[in-house]
Design a protein around this ligand. Structure first.
Ligand code: FAD
Length: 458
């Protein structure tokens, strides 16, 4: 195949994938005079069911980067907390436990948000926009990555971009993570996503979590007239149309408050749903000179807690901070040191977000623990304030997470006692189940730095 270098210039950074991570880091770094090549195979607005609820932690990080204006002008909605439903009981938990804080999440159309970030990025003269599919990382004789090869979208020509640093942010189906990590991804379940139009939510401006059914489903506003319903479907294979229909009829409709019914019926009539796999993939990066992983290409967690963009923006901020501490991009060794620092620092920033997502999903698959979590949170005070600050991505202290997790297990044992079902075997089973959920997550996500670094989001 003919390979023609399109750009004779040497870029400071080449970004593979102008998605949530790639476009955000481009828009943050470009005004600082950094010369960037931004490559994506498709710049058209997409209708996606991912990344539609930003936790307050994600919003705070955008603010810290001076990018909060990117959330304006496309009918995004504030989200003030969560409402939980289980059997005949329901209650809400607010992100702000008192008037001393003013945190909020944001519900939005991911496609609109991404276009807004891209527009902002592409206004910068130091960014060169490239439409193309990257096929390869180019390496020199010393195995240092020096740029990428891509197929130009319109001419179908294969071209190259040369850069001092290549950021691979090509999302959950990344082609390049195998070159830059030992990551192993597993599919934990699938989300079936529907849009409910003109649905009056029982708790306006709140995320809704429904726990009565065998698998959870969640709902939150994404515009002033639309709410996203995400229905969890267990299994490693994508459900077929008939299976989805059966699942909704048996495991969703009977457990949904009646105000949702007309909108759900309408959504089902329009047959307008999308299916996405939910992955867990702990970050296991391998240092390689000249290249770094960012976003879902590096790390994924179950989306039940809406933690993905909290982690993405944490990573964008951390990687940028390390890169901006360099006088320029001329020292390859220094760039490599900065990448190493970013890979280490990001454990602390994302430990709780990652553990929380998969631990909560694990708990929801265990009837006794699920009931325990519901009762625990319903008590209010620190029982709900602590966990919501973790879920919001505002508190990075893992000891708080571990404390609440095992307090739930103790509450479950207390419940067994009260129901006269207490025996050594039953108590042991609760503790064992809790350990089985948390242990692999703790091994993957906890590092000594998780405990001693600054814990509260500022
Ligand atoms: C069902 C589901 C629901 C979710 N809900 C939430 C939520 O509510 N809140 C939240 O915070 N997180 C959520 N997430 C997670 C969140 O969406 C992701 O963490 C985030 O989108 C990752 O951003 P990214 O930039 O890594 O990937 P993406 O945003 O997917 O971007 C990847 C980009 O790379 C481009 N690309 C890929 N390959 C190539 C190539 N070879 N050449 C050129 N370009 C390429 C793609 O076109 C794309 O633009 C959810 C995830 C799932 C699966």
């Amino acid at each position: 195949m003919h390979t023609a270098p399109e750009h004779n210039d040497l870029f400071d950074i080449c970004i593979v994938g102008a998605g949530m991570a790639g476009a955000t880091i481009a828009t943050y770094l470009a005004p600082k005079g950094i010369k960037i090549a931004l490559i994506d195979r498709d710049y058209a607005e997409k209708r996606r069911i991912v990344g539609e609820l930003l936790q307050p932690g994600a919003v705070q990080t955008l603010k810290k980067m001076g990018l909060e204006h990117l959330l304006e002008g496309f009918d995004a909605q504030p989200v003030y907390g969560y409402a939980l439903f289980n059997k005949d009981s329901e209650f809400s938990i607010e992100y702000n436990q008192d008037e001393s804080t003013d945190y909020r999440g944001i519900g939005l159309h991911n496609g609109r948000f991404l276009q807004k970030i891209r527009e902002d990025a592409l206004q910068n003269p130091s960014i060169t926009q490239i439409h193309g599919t990257v096929s390869e990382l180019i390496e020199n004789e010393n195995q240092v990555v020096t740029g990428v090869k891509y197929k130009e979208k319109y001419t179908r020509e294969v071209k190259t971009v040369n850069a001092k640093l290549t950021i691979t942010s090509d999302g959950f189906f990344s082609s390049f993570r195998k070159d830059l990590s030992n990551n192993v991804k597993t599919v934990t379940s699938f989300f079936v996503g529907l849009i409910l139009k003109d649905c009056e939510l029982p708790y306006p401006y709140h995320g809704h979590v429904f726990l009565s059914a065998p698998t959870p489903f969640i709902c939150y506003p994404i515009s002033s007239t639309e709410s996203r319903l995400l229905i969890d479907f267990c299994g490693e294979k994508a459900p077929k149309k008939e299976e989805i229909k059966h699942h909704i009829e048996n495991n969703v409709i009977p457990f949904l408050p009646k105000e949702f019914r007309p909108c759900l019926d309408q959504a089902l009539l329009e047959n307008d749903y999308k299916i996405m796999p939910n992955h867990y993939m702990p970050a296991k990066p391998v240092l390689k000179e000249g290249a770094v992983l960012l976003g879902d290409a590096l790390n994924m967690r179950h989306p039940i807690t809406g933690g993905g963009l909290t982690a993405v923006f944490n990573d964008v901020y951390l990687l940028s901070s390390h890169l901006l501490a360099m006088p320029n991009f001329n020292n390859a060794k220094l760039i490599n040191e900065k990448i190493n620092l970013y890979y280490n620092d990001r454990y602390h920033a994302n430990t709780n977000v990652n553990i929380m997502a998969n631990a909560l999903y694990g708990v929801m698959s265990n009837e006794l623990l699920k009931q325990g979590v519901f009762e625990y949170l319903r008590k209010g005070g620190d029982n709900s304030g602590g966990p919501i600050s973790l879920l919001a991505g505002l508190n990075r202290n893992p000891t708080i997470l571990i404390k609440h997790f095992f307090s739930v297990a103790l509450l479950c044992i207390g419940n067994l006692f009260r129901a006269n079902k207490m025996s050594f075997t039953n108590a042991f089973r609760v503790i064992k189940d809790a350990f089985c959920i948390i242990k692999p997550l703790a091994i993957n996500e906890l590092r000594p730095s998780s405990f001693y670094k600054k814990n509260i989001h500022q």
